[in-house]
Design a protein around this ligand. Structure first.
Ligand code: A3P
Length: 281
């Protein structure tokens, strides 16, 4: 069943219930007007960059636990919650996540210089991950082949806007407002979870033992999360789609040589003024 694709400010959005019920403009306006607390943490990611993973690491650090959160993360996703005032009853510190671009984040959050954790992932792996998600979930009208999806990505017309504009905008904000945004890389967390989780704990101002950091790394391993959280994502459509593979470099199983070359050209052109250091392993 084709679903309407909400659109606002030149960007299309998934057919989540709030977008369908309130319209994209109102959803985005409500996010920008959201009443922030100083202790709020925003997890800012482009789609498929490890949002669910980052969310669990952050909640474990803040709550001093190694228990995966019960329930579906959608009740922390700013654009997935219809009535944002429902977050009034969430105890502090609140962890809020969103794929919306930096310029649409809650104004108060930025004014107060509240913390933002930003995860970046190799866009080639993001693209492959996105493709699988799009096939399994009907949040965008996609039912094509890998080649079709690749073309969609290259056009920059996917939901939430192009990866490039997302990353360039947040990189600029990081320069403009030093210390507010902490950027980490999916690949680094995967390769050196303990070291990366420790750095994240430092940014969050969480003091915890080396043992706890190691336990958080174990509890948030792909295997553990896939095993324990898989069923929860099935609530949506009967098919798990968040914990698919969790690896670095799956793009090599999808990109043709020609697609890879074309992607690199576009990447180098779009990112020519960027200092983002990505691993294209
Ligand atoms: P793959 O499709 O490549 O497997 P998001 O949460 O932003 O939607 O991102 C989902 C991607 O992060 C999926 O990538 C998923 O498998 C991966 N992921 C989720 N939990 C992970 C974990 N604990 N370790 C590594 N990757 C994880």
């Amino acid at each position: 069943e084709p679903v309407p694709q909400p659109e606002w400010d030149g960007i299309s959005y998934p057919s989540f219930i709030p977008f369908r019920e309130k319209g994209a403009e109102k959803v985005m306006q409500d996010i920008m007007d959201f009443k922030s607390r100083e202790s709020d943490i925003i997890l800012a990611t482009h789609c498929k960059s490890g949002t669910h993973w980052g969310y669990e690491i952050i909640q474990m650090l803040l709550r001093n636990t190694t228990e995966l959160e019960k329930g579906v993360k959608s009740n922390s996703m700013l654009e997935g919650i219809g009535d944002l005032s429902s977050l009034d009853s969430t105890p502090s510190p609140r962890i809020l996540d969103t794929h919306c671009k930096f310029k649409y984040l809650p104004k108060q959050h930025i004014e107060k210089r509240n913390k933002i954790v930003h995860i970046v992932r190799n866009p080639k792996d993001v693209c492959v991950s996105f493709y699988h998600h799009a096939l399994k979930d009907n949040f965008i009208n996609f039912n094509g082949s890998w080649n079709d999806f690749y073309e969609l990505w290259m056009s920059g017309k996917l939901v939430y806007g192009a990866w490039y504009s997302y990353e360039l905008e947040i990189e600029q904000a990081e320069k403009d407002i030093p210390g507010m945004i902490y950027t980490c890389f999916y690949e680094d967390i995967k390769q050196e979870p303990v070291k990366e989780i420790k750095k994240l704990a430092d940014f969050l101002g969480v003091e915890c033992s080396a043992t706890h950091i190691e336990d958080v790394a174990k509890a948030t391993s792909f295997k553990n999360m896939q095993e324990k959280k898989f069923d929860i994502t099935q609530i949506f459509d009967g098919k798990g789609f968040i914990y698919r593979k969790g690896e670095i470099g799956d793009w090599k199983n999808y990109f043709t040589v020609a697609q890879n070359e074309q992607f690199d050209i576009q990447f180098n052109e779009k990112m020519k003024d960027s200092n983002l250091k990505l691993t294209f392993a």
